[in-house]
Ligand binder design. Structure first.
Ligand code: OFO
Length: 169
């Protein structure tokens, strides 16, 4: 059974995961319009991953006899100056999500809620992976200065990403 405090914190994080998916969908649409179909694909998959994260937490709250309470989702941005700015914002956002997960872990430990602590362990690893994946894209973009024919090559590579439904280990 979840404490009121833990349940509230998990519900608040649920909204953040939903906003993440919303944000990446908006970014995906921006890239598609800008003819960067590969980047658009990558971000659309990121959107799907965020929805999976949302589902994991949603299911977990219910499984622990809690109440899901969905909040309002902020409207995401729809325009960026360029692809580098966009990916810098992805990294900034992922760091914000990592902080939110870490706060949940701290609360679970403080409350001696070891079930939730164990559940959140998967998310801790996932955040490290997400930050590192985005950092790699930023590194590649910086290498090619975010433009020119090399950007099209990178766009083709981004098009090869496929969605693999994450599994909670
Ligand atoms: Fe759900 O990991 Fe990104 O936000």
């Amino acid at each position: 059974m979840l404490s009121e405090k833990m349940q509230k914190a998990l519900n608040e994080h649920l909204d953040r995961e939903m906003f993440s998916s919303y944000l990446y969908l908006s970014m995906s649409a921006y890239c598609a319009k800008d003819n960067l179909k590969g980047f658009s694909n990558w971000l659309k998959i990121q959107y799907q991953e965020e929805m999976a994260h949302f589902d994991f937490i949603y299911d977990y709250i219910l499984k622990r006899f809690g109440t899901v309470e969905l909040g309002a989702i902020e409207k995401p941005k729809k325009v960026w100056n360029d692809i580098r700015e966009l990916f810098n914002e992805v990294l900034e956002h992922e760091r914000f999500i990592s902080k939110s997960i870490n706060n949940l872990v701290s609360l679970a430990k403080e409350e001696k809620d070891f079930t939730t602590d164990t559940f959140l362990g998967w998310f801790v690893g996932e955040q490290a992976e997400e930050e590192s994946n985005v950092d790699e894209v930023i590194g590649n973009l910086s290498f090619i200065d975010g433009r020119g024919p090399a950007l099209l090559m990178l766009d083709r590579e981004m098009a090869t990403r496929v969605f693999v439904a994450p599994i909670l280990a």
